[in-house]
Write a protein that binds this ligand. Structure first.
Ligand SMILES: Cc1ncc(COP(=O)(O)O)c(C=O)c1O
Length: 404
């Protein structure tokens, strides 16, 4: 089914919010609650996720109900199959109603409030519904991957190693000569987003991205003073507990990235290609091998254990200075585990006693096989377990201790 075949309802008259995409006539209207079965889905579109209709049940299923998230504020209506609907004053209504009384629809914010996947994000000084963000096609992030990003974990409202993440972001901006942002200001914004999205009790990830801003396409930098594009969002997150417990598979991939991998830029194509290959091979991660050396994962760092010594590849321009890695090295030292920093050859991989991959989101995942071949016996090793236990103590559910 192509996009052209989505006959979404059409707005005939403007609504109140001047910034709203709905203020343009002939816009598609939106819908809600795509976690439920929407058998009329080919007519429906959620402004937050846009593609959700693809995942919905096929037309032909029984005539669906469209419950709103908050039943106390709404009626649940049985609607005819393939009948476009919209939220109006917190009720579901057929779009025929909308056509006659669109002027009384308040704003896109109201739609968002009722969409279970709605998300308040930060965009260039404003807190908005995610679907209200309109990034220019001239944005240099879009045109040139001209920007940096970072990801911070929030454990029940505590931003773990926030200062370190924001310093790394600042370092990346400096390396790319993107000026004009004090990244420390993003801490308060991240906290605000945790609150706005009611993630105080949740495990969450905060994603931050800064680009050189929008300017007509030219390789040359835009004039100084061009506003940067600053975007932050927070979302609930579940770590890969099964892999943390039982270990996971990885594959080896040639490192085809550029030579400044120590900067966390948004240009991640080799990383996504490698990770996709890992997933297609049924593996958890891809390990980059470059210049014959084991470097890091597509979105994680890597550490090895050899005769109870934690082996860390040196931080070169081929490796991102992973915050999790530095936490784990500190933990190892605190646990009296010997730490050695040295380059690790690809040929050594199956000689190590343990391999682990680390990241803000996955924490510590033991790697028990690579390219289908077991690391030692294919079990999670004792040093990895000790480090996982120590890590849990640091980020433990009720108490976040600072390692500094
Ligand atoms: C290439 C790469 N290496 C390592 C990491 C792990 O970094 P951190 O521990 O700071 O999340 C990431 C995380 O995204 C990454 O993309």
């Amino acid at each position: 089914m192509s996009d052209k075949t989505i006959p979404t309802a059409v707005l005939k008259s403007p609504i109140t919010s001047s910034q709203s995409p709905l203020s343009q006539p002939e816009q598609h209207v939106a819908i809600i609650d795509h976690n439920r079965c929407l058998s009329a889905s080919r007519l429906l579109r959620c402004p937050t996720c846009l593609n959700s209709w693809r995942r919905c049940a096929e037309p032909g299923a029984a005539s669906p109900l469209y419950p709103l998230p908050n039943r106390s504020q709404s009626k649940t209506l049985a609607l005819k199959k393939a009948h476009p609907v919209i939220i109006h004053n917190r009720e579901l209504l057929p779009s025929s109603f909308l056509r006659s009384s669109v002027s009384s629809v308040t704003s896109w914010k109201d739609f968002g409030m009722l969409c279970p996947t709605s998300m308040i994000v930060y965009y260039n000084g404003q807190y908005l519904q995610k679907f209200e963000v309109a990034i220019s096609p001239d944005d240099r992030g879009f045109l040139f991957a001209d920007g940096v990003y970072d990801v911070i974990r929030s454990y029940r409202s505590k931003l773990f190693k926030c200062v370190e993440h924001l310093e790394r972001l600042a370092h990346g901006l400096k390396a790319l000569r993107i000026e004009g942002l004090d990244t420390r200001s993003l801490e308060q914004i991240s906290h605000q987003l945790i609150r706005n999205n009611k993630l105080e009790e949740a495990d969450a990830l905060v994603y931050l991205q800064v680009t050189r801003g929008a300017a007509p396409r030219s390789h040359q930098f835009p004039p100084s003073g061009t506003p940067l594009t600053v975007y932050v969002e927070a979302k609930a997150f579940s770590p890969p507990v099964e892999q943390q417990q039982n270990g996971a598979a990885a594959i080896l991939e040639p490192d085809q990235r550029w030579s400044r991998c120590n900067i966390k830029t948004i240009g991640l194509l080799p990383n996504t290609l490698a990770h996709q290959r890992a997933r297609e091979a049924g593996a958890f991660e891809a390990i980059f091998s470059g210049d014959g050396l084991l470097q890091e994962g597509s979105h994680s760092s890597i550490l090895f254990v050899e005769k109870d010594v934690l082996i860390c590849p040196p931080l070169t321009n081929r490796i991102l200075p992973s915050i999790t890695r530095s936490v784990v090295i500190d933990l190892a030292l605190a646990e009296s585990i010997e730490v050695d920093t040295r380059s690790c050859r690809e040929g050594e991989l199956f000689e190590f006693d343990e391999v682990m991959m680390l990241s803000t989101s996955a924490e510590i995942v033991p790697i028990t096989s690579v390219n289908g071949r077991k690391i030692r016996q294919g079990y999670v090793g004792p040093v990895t377990r000790r480090l996982q236990t120590a890590f849990r103590r640091v980020i433990g559910p009720n108490e976040i201790k600072n390692l500094d």
